[in-house]
Design a protein around this ligand. Structure first.
Ligand SMILES: [Zn+2]
Length: 417
């Protein structure tokens, strides 16, 4: 089996990948912006653009009942298992052109690069219909359908009071066929290519990285309570200023995260009450978002911050309460697949050290059922969920090189089974 591709071929495919992303960006609910939420009508046009390319490769395509775009390439090998390659086609409002979409189009590009190369596994390429959770406030509806667990979401409603089941019907699909969206094959693994959506690769001057874990996260709501009083007449030593206490906590969280490798801590919302310039804040409500690739580290950090909050409150004669809103364990990627991706990176001259994903992805959900791995592409400016979101052509080409190398290595591994 050949392991190298003619250089110009992948350069052309990288260009075609970017053109296809731009074509799909034109399929939008809001003229002048990129907005493509779950089961919106323009998703049909996005699928049509992918269909045209897939048809030229002789791939069978379909839209499943959850609105996922699917393309299947069958192997001649008896007892062949299935590699799933995918990412999502929905977007946040006023999005960029690459979050999710790039991974789907890169998948198609890889199948194009290998169109004349027999593989000992089937490939199921999926453009997930929903990952962002914009319309129904529940993420991963598309990937859940592949696992056969989307049924329970059919009665969830959007802002207009429409259910998922109604949305599926209005889009022109048969909700009765949802069970057929489940992938009932022997899946050898899941590969997701995605822009990093952060500044790490750019800071390290790297094009690509494998992902070894998707960080777990804790989200909490806090309230610090003191006593509101007159800003002019209450001397400093007689105050019970809840905002001063909360501010000390914000800095404590930042300090702990700065001194704990891999930990990120964010107080993203903070509301002092009553919120007037001449009143001492009597109460502050705020949030904490804590993430790390290892659950023990995150849990240990949270315990320390809760103890710190208690101490800060006592020292200032305040009271504090906290409420856990979300507790999501880390998702380790499959070590063997991630190592194979690392081999492909090294073989193509890249640093193979894997990184952690701080954001959630379809691989987070699917990684609990199938061996999963991810390939990140550098995000210029670390920017995402923004119209200026970008990707470098050379990085797309590098991803194609590493991707084809990975598929070859995977073929060798499957043949040796
Ligand atoms: Zn995404």
């Amino acid at each position: 089996m050949t392991t190298s591709q003619p250089a110009h071929e992948l350069t052309d495919l990288a260009q075609r990948t970017l053109t296809c992303c731009a074509d799909i960006a034109a399929c939008t609910e809001e003229p002048g912006q990129i907005t493509r939420t779950f089961l919106c009508a323009p998703m049909h046009d996005a699928h049509a653009r992918l269909d045209a390319w897939a048809a030229a490769l002789g791939l069978q395509t379909r839209e499943d009942a959850a609105g996922n775009w699917r393309a299947t390439r069958r192997s001649d090998r008896e007892g062949a298992r299935t590699l799933v390659i995918g990412s999502h086609l929905d977007s946040v409002p006023n999005a960029g052109a690459y979050d999710g979409v790039l991974g789907v189009v890169l998948g198609l590009s890889l199948l194009d690069a290998l169109k004349d190369t027999p593989l000992p596994y089937h490939v199921e390429l999926v453009g997930f219909s929903e990952e962002e959770g914009v319309r129904f406030s529940v993420p991963f509806i598309g990937s859940r359908a592949l696992l056969g667990t989307a049924e329970e979401l059919l009665t969830v409603t959007d802002a207009q009071g429409k259910t998922v089941a109604q949305a599926i019907t209005e889009y022109g699909l048969d909700v009765g066929q949802l069970a057929e969206a489940q992938l009932r094959e022997d899946v050898l693994g899941y590969l997701e290519m995605h822009i990093e959506q952060g500044p790490v690769l750019e800071a390290e001057d790297r094009s690509l990285a494998a992902v070894h874990a998707i960080a777990g996260q804790s989200r909490l709501n806090f309230t610090f309570s003191g006593k509101a009083n007159h800003a002019g007449t209450t001397p400093m030593h007689l105050r019970r200023d809840a905002l001063a206490g909360a501010s000390a906590f914000v800095l404590a969280a930042e300090n702990l995260a700065r001194n704990t490798p891999g930990l990120v801590a964010t107080v993203g919302a903070l509301r002092p009450l009553p919120g007037a310039s001449n009143v001492i804040p009597g109460e502050v409500q705020f949030t904490l978002d804590l993430r790390h690739a290892q659950d023990e580290v995150r849990e240990g950090a949270l315990a320390r911050l809760l103890a710190e909050a208690q101490q800060l409150a006592e020292a200032r004669d305040l009271t504090f309460t906290s409420e856990v809103r979300l507790e999501e364990p880390a998702t380790p990627m499959d070590p063997a697949l991630t190592e194979l991706l690392g081999e492909a990176l090294a073989a193509e001259g890249h640093v193979s050290t894997p990184m952690v994903s701080g954001a959630g992805h379809d691989a987070m959900l699917l990684g609990h059922t199938w061996p999963a791995t991810m390939l990140f592409l550098r995000s210029p400016g670390g920017l995402s969920h923004h119209p200026d979101e970008a990707v470098r052509g050379e990085d797309v080409e590098a991803a194609l090189r590493v991707g084809t190398r990975f598929l070859h290595l995977l073929a060798e591994r499957e043949e040796a089974r």
